[in-house]
Design a protein around this ligand. Structure first.
Ligand SMILES: NC(=O)c1ccc[n+]([C@@H]2O[C@H](COP(=O)([O-])OP(=O)(O)OC[C@H]3O[C@@H](n4cnc5c(N)ncnc54)[C@H](O)[C@@H]3O)[C@@H](O)[C@H]2O)c1
Length: 292
């Protein structure tokens, strides 16, 4: 099956990035948001991101116009009925995702493929809201989508292999590097990354070193682009806590259990960079100061 028209549901952080890369790869792309204001906000973000590509010389001004012409928006989910592939990037909430896919399932043509960009929910649990389980995959992009090369293409026990290969090739056509993952908690990357981040918090709790020293240790000792506490602040402490709880529920293993300090910071509303405070104070983003 050939993918020509792509639908994206949600135009937040991830949805706007996914819509942008689909349009950049030449696909007609229709995006659905809950309000015109949120759609406009997402499209303004896309425009700014494309302007940076033009500044760097990787996209010409003419190409930018053509990319924007391939993008359109709607507030009606049913308008996505003719899409060949629909990628859902709505809020990380099972009920919201179920409602979205139930509506899409009755509106769309039978061969439309559905994909979810969920980071932590089970693809099998999401697809249960549809009558097309064989045509449902996970398509897990990374933030920021226009820059991050990786996409996890997730298959469930019921995914049709031909559908899976179609989506895998679609991910390649976006200029991404897809990896094959199964529908287990955290897929590949979060399954390995989340215990590492939680362990960094435990190491701090047990007095192994300061926030800055643990960060520098892992950055300079392992060649990582940033240390675990900086990364936690970027990902969001709330997001990490949420994913850890889902993974602990799935595997019942201590390595997925949230350390008390992470929970306390989340309860205090210190979610990291997005709230201005987490393991670091981000008042001066170029010079973050440890808060502990
Ligand atoms: N933020 C990340 O780093 C990241 C990475 C990979 C995957 N994800 C996943 O991507 C999804 C979206 O996350 P995000 O960070 O973009 O969140 P976000 O809050 O930035 O965006 C979600 C958007 O979905 C919209 N929305 C809610 N219900 C909708 C509906 N019924 N129809 C259309 N739009 C709807 C909201 O208005 C909001 O703009 C989540 O499932 C998340 O787990 C996030």
């Amino acid at each position: 099956m050939e993918i020509k028209k792509v639908g994206v549901v949600g135009c937040g952080l991830m949805g706007s990035g996914i819509a942008q890369v689909a349009a950049m790869a030449g696909y007609d792309t229709l995006v659905r948001e809950v309000s015109q204001a949120l759609l406009d906000k997402g499209f303004t973000g896309i425009d700014k991101s494309l302007a940076k590509f033009v500044e760097k010389g990787t996209v010409s001004a003419d190409d930018k116009r053509a990319i924007i012409n391939r993008l359109s928006g709607t507030t009606h989910l049913e308008d996505l009925k003719d899409c060949d592939l629909i990628i859902e990037a709505v809020t990380e909430n099972l009920e919201t995702k179920h409602l979205t896919f139930r509506t899409l399932d009755s509106a769309c043509k039978p061969d439309t493929i559905f994909a979810s960009n969920t980071s932590s929910l089970s693809i099998t649990e999401i697809l249960a809201a549809t009558k097309r389980p064989q045509r449902f995959v996970g398509l897990h992009f990374f933030n920021p989508v226009p820059l991050m090369k990786l996409v996890e293409v997730v298959r469930t026990v019921v995914t049709d292999p031909a559908v899976y290969e179609t989506v895998f090739k679609f991910a390649e056509s976006l200029g991404k590097v897809p990896v094959r993952a199964r529908d287990t908690g955290g897929f590949i990357v979060n399954r390995l990354l989340v215990p590492y981040l939680l362990d960094a918090v435990r190491a701090y709790e047990e007095g192994a070193g300061s926030i800055v020293d643990i960060d520098n240790g892992m950055k300079l000792g392992c060649g990582y682009p940033m240390g675990p506490f900086t990364l936690l602040d970027f990902v969001g402490l709330d997001t990490t806590y949420y994913i850890a709880n889902i993974m602990f529920d799935e595997f019942k293993e201590k390595r997925f259990a949230s350390p008390p300090l992470l929970k306390r910071l989340v309860l205090a509303g210190h979610f990291g960079k997005k709230t201005g405070r987490g393991f670091y104070d981000w008042s001066d983003p170029k010079n973050p100061k440890p808060t502990l």
